[in-house]
Design a binder for this molecule. Structure first.
Ligand code: PAF
Length: 307
């Protein structure tokens, strides 16, 4: 494995070993970056078999370290559930210095405000990717879909930091796009999640089944409501564009169960508060009613509490 970057690559730390975190770890190893996964508990066997998109199998031993004793790092990637972001960063607080760059990568919105407040001196990046990965067990990773990745700095950052970090991140899950205002890309992804996740969880269906005629009215209503909130926020977008984006993802991930479907099925906390909950909270601030999103928020919250 070789380092393809023209300078000493920053040391990367990845929180956890979820599907996307493991995929990024694998890509880091391929690119020759120095990388560690920060975990709660060290397992005896940390080997991993990765099947890439071409069907080729790779065997690797990820470098893991306890989150309570991380090795030195320059770049911290946080690909965890939205509700875990602040707790894990608080856990790492005593190891985080102002030079370290923090990258948030998760479904939903609302965490960046919280992180900025708790880590006001750190350069912060928000990211969203449409790459797909599955981790059927702790030692197996399957790359399921090539996507694209969007990044944006949250706040002012010096040129040297940008020059050191942007190529490193851009190489991981290409093609990568850097945005002056990442919020539009985050809202577009939020809209996709606000359509697919609650509907697939409530109706207990795979993503692809949402292409069925019976769900089209609900999808249109959700897109109408979200387009209104986005427009009120200054992101002029049509309901038709949001609908088209959602239908594309429904088709591209037809055989998958959404993360929210799986969270409810396995009695885990879902990200509803950061997806539909965020839409409803912004709608409320902007005095822009979103009754159907509100109904889905209540339905999923009820299903969560029944579990
Ligand atoms: O949360 C998920 O499952 C995914 O973000 C998506 C895009 C809805 C595909 O299943």
């Amino acid at each position: 494995m070789q380092n393809n970057t023209p300078w000493p690559a920053p040391k990367v730390a990845i929180v956890g070993q979820g599907a996307i975190g493991s995929l990024i770890g694998f890509k880091c190893q391929k690119l020759g970056y120095e990388v560690q996964h920060l975990v709660r508990r060290q397992r005896q066997q940390s080997y991993c078999t990765v099947t890439d998109l071409a069907g080729k199998t790779h065997h690797l031993t990820p470098n893991t370290g306890l989150i309570t004793q991380p090795q030195q790092f320059d770049l911290l990637l946080v690909p965890v559930k939205a509700y875990q972001v602040l707790p894990v960063l608080r856990q790492l607080q005593s190891f985080i210095t102002p030079q370290q760059v923090i990258v948030l990568l998760h479904n939903g919105m609302g965490t960046t405000e919280q992180v900025k407040e708790s880590f006001p001196n750190n350069p912060l990046i928000a990211a969203t990717t449409s790459y797909g990965a599955l981790k059927p067990d702790a030692n197996t990773l399957i790359e399921t879909g090539k996507g694209h990745t969007h990044f944006g700095w949250l706040g002012q950052v010096d040129t040297a930091t940008k020059q050191a970090i942007e190529p490193v991140l851009s190489a991981l899950l290409p093609p990568s796009y850097w945005h002056q205002d990442i919020n539009l890309a985050l809202w577009k992804k939020l809209a996709i999640n606000a359509v697919i996740n609650p509907l697939s969880a409530i109706h207990n269906v795979r993503n692809g089944e949402l292409a069925d005629h019976q769900y089209q009215r609900d999808i249109s209503t959700l897109c109408d409501e979200i387009a209104k909130v986005m427009t009120a926020q200054g992101y002029s977008i049509s309901s038709a564009e949001l609908n088209k984006n959602a239908q594309q993802v429904i088709a591209a991930t037809a055989n998958n169960y959404s993360s929210m479907h799986q969270d409810l099925k396995f009695n885990r906390k879902s990200e509803i508060e950061f997806i539909t909950g965020y839409v409803c909270a912004k709608a409320n601030e902007l005095n822009c009613p979103v009754p159907f999103n509100q109904r889905l928020l209540e339905q999923v919250t009820r299903l969560e509490s029944v579990n």
